[in-house]
Write a protein that binds this ligand. Structure first.
Ligand code: GDP
Ligand code: MN
Length: 382
């Protein structure tokens, strides 16, 4: 679970990591009041579960309560890269001397924790890691050993001398927080040195391990503050596994393994999945209708790939289910259907007999993926 910046900063405060003073605002008036409280100037920041806000107009420095209200009105009235903005964070403007970067994460590949730190903040960290790897300090920390003084010294060594001790103190507190809050990632970008020598976390990206939420009721309760995707809710209510992605091919399959390989063949065919939905064992008319409703309600979907491998589920039942579903749900985009396994022949016969203008039967998974990709990319079905 990715927290909003202001939630991450609440945890920082609880763990004694310095952050700027700030207030969450849900209306332009609240943003103006908050800015007045902060002395008439502030930084207004959209609260969304994605980064890159600085470059995308999601972080704005304002010099009056009126300007804060204007910016808040603009942010709250729109979405940020497809993410609904329900609140902004207004923070005090701080005199920055230098920007750094630091993070700690659970490193699954090495089975330990990985700390990273660089004095070259402000730069995109992935770019820095590739272009100037020597500028990025990386330290693996054994969970049994914990964060030791020599780790901290190694990490902070490239920072200006005056920043090393306060930054080291923050590293120790980050480590404590990661473990005490069941976080898998804490990233501070930028961590800043102020004119007065203080080091402060100007941003907060915190990911909490979903599997640990059962023992973090206070953190789990934060979930209710995130906007609910209406499509996801509908799928969940129907007991279907639905995941939203950012391509144009909608995918319906039965079984997690088949759905995953369907994503791969669609990518191989030159398109990306818009979403996927696992109907699990049952592919009755009812399930199919709901699945199609869910998939088609995503405006990004330009074609649908229904990939069913019959086992206990019989393909003739699935074929009838698809046809039945299309009596209830209007197919606004072409549906490529690939049936294999139990009663596949009967299933395909049912579909070809129906000769539905929006159904394109395909014999193999690759052929189906190619057809779905072409249709999604604006090609004409032959
Ligand atoms: P992100 O782009 O989503 O990671 O948003 P950040 O919270 O990192 O903000 C982006 C940039 O805005 C930072 O790198 C800073 O340069 C700038 N910024 C944010 N808060 C302040 C502030 O209080 N004072 C100043 N001078 N700049 C700020
Ligand atoms: Mn940032």
């Amino acid at each position: 679970m990715d927290l909003y910046e202001h939630m991450g900063k609440d945890l920082f405060r609880a763990h004694d990591i310095p952050v700027p003073r700030g207030t969450v605002a849900e209306t332009p008036e609240q943003a103006a009041d908050a800015t007045r409280e902060l002395g008439g100037r502030s930084v207004v920041k959209v609260q969304v579960q994605v980064g890159g806000r600085g470059k995308g107009g999601g972080v704005v420095l304002v010099d009056s309560p009126e300007r804060a209200a204007e910016e808040a009105a603009r942010m709250l009235g729109s979405d940020f890269q497809g993410h609904a903005v329900t609140r902004v964070l207004c923070e005090e403007l701080l005199p920055l001397k230098q920007e750094f970067y630091t993070s700690v994460l659970l490193d699954r590949s090495s089975g330990d924790y990985l700390f990273m730190m660089t004095a070259e903040g402000g730069m995109d960290i992935e770019t820095l890691a590739v272009e100037r790897p020597e500028a990025l300090r990386r330290v693996h920390v054994d969970p049994m050993l914990g964060l030791r003084t020599y780790h901290v010294r190694d990490l902070t060594e490239t920072l200006p001398i005056e920043a090393r001790e306060p930054a080291g103190d923050i590293l120790r507190k980050m480590f404590a927080m990661l473990r005490e809050e069941d976080a898998t990632l804490i990233e501070i970008n930028p961590l800043v040195l102020l004119d007065d020598g203080r080091v402060v976390a100007l941003d907060a990206k915190v990911t909490i391990d979903d599997n640990a939420l059962y023992r973090r009721p206070a953190t789990e309760a934060l979930k209710e503050q995130f906007p609910i995707d209406p499509v996801e809710k509908r799928a969940k209510d129907a007991g279907l596994q639905y995941v939203k992605l950012d391509g144009a091919v909608g995918i319906i399959g039965n079984g997690a393994g088949l759905v995953m390989s369907t994503l791969d063949v669609v990518a191989q065919a030159g398109a990306r999945a818009a979403n996927f939905l696992d109907v699990g064992g049952g592919a009755s008319a009812d399930t199919m209708a709901t699945s199609l409703e869910v998939i088609l309600s995503d405006p990004a979907v330009k074609s649908v790939f229904i990939n069913i491998f019959g086992g206990i589920t019989r393909c003739d039942v699935v074929a009838n289910g698809v046809l039945e579903a299309l009596k209830r749900v209007q197919a606004t985009v072409p549906l490529v259907v690939r049936l294999d396994g139990t009663n596949a022949k009967e299933g395909r016969q049912i579909l070809s007999d129906a000769a539905h203008p929006q159904i394109f039967p395909a014999a193999t998974m690759l052929e189906a993926a190619q057809r779905a990709a072409d249709l999604a990319n604006g090609g004409v079905a032959a």
